[in-house]
Design a protein around this ligand. Sequence first.
Ligand SMILES: [Cu+2]
Length: 276
Amino acid sequence: MSSNHEDIKREQIAETVDGWTHNGPFHRRPSFRILILVILFTAFGVWAAVFFTDKIMPSILSSQMKSVHDTIIFFTILAAPVAALVYAIAAYSIYKWGHGHGEQAPPDGPPMRENSLTTSIWLGASTILVVVVLVWGMTALSSENQGQLRPVTIDVYGQQWLWTFKYPGTGVESNQLVVPVGRQIRFVVTSYDVTHGFWPNSLGVQIDANPGFKTYITADPNATGQFAVRCSQLCGLYHAYMDANGKVVTPTQFSSWLVSHGASTTSANAYALGGK
Ligand SMILES: [Cu+2]
């Protein structure tokens, strides 16, 4: 290619990047620089989803929490390019036409709804994203509701501002939530006063505790460890401090814990190690 040709090409590129043509779908064309910003911001979003989620979320102690965790990562990755496009256009506009940068903003172009290509891409992309999210969500939800034959039932009581847990058949009542690993836990939840939200965070489930009737939720703990039980419904002055300690332990440890809290060995073993 001759140098003359290269000059002309460079001029054309410069025109596409910096100028705005009056026949493009966006009036001023999305420039190469915006595209670079979109790629950079998307990469940041994907990085944040993959490396940051673990650091800011509760640990994973159940199959439900694993599914919550994966869903958050997956949805953040899906949302990253959309957010990146918005931030890229905003950042570029502020840089290029912001106060004090010298250049005057170009006049508005024709309305976008009149451009069928733009609206088709926009509608098509939104539809695909929504359908993917819907299918993912329904799959995750249906896999959470498979009941086990002999779940461990725990009665949960919320009140201003503490949690009480009762372990039926053992006579044990505690402000600490201890559950055995490898068994399905069925929480029967209610409240003594106002509506609270029962949220054992690392178990990845959450349900309202309503006065006057019972709600049910099941969790499948698959790893031992500590977690927090929080209240997820604004319930009064000390709502933020309405928390309890939670612990996933082995069935044998669970049985000993029940005994140390007043259960007979027979009832603790029957409850913790295979009975109902
Ligand atoms: Cu509460």
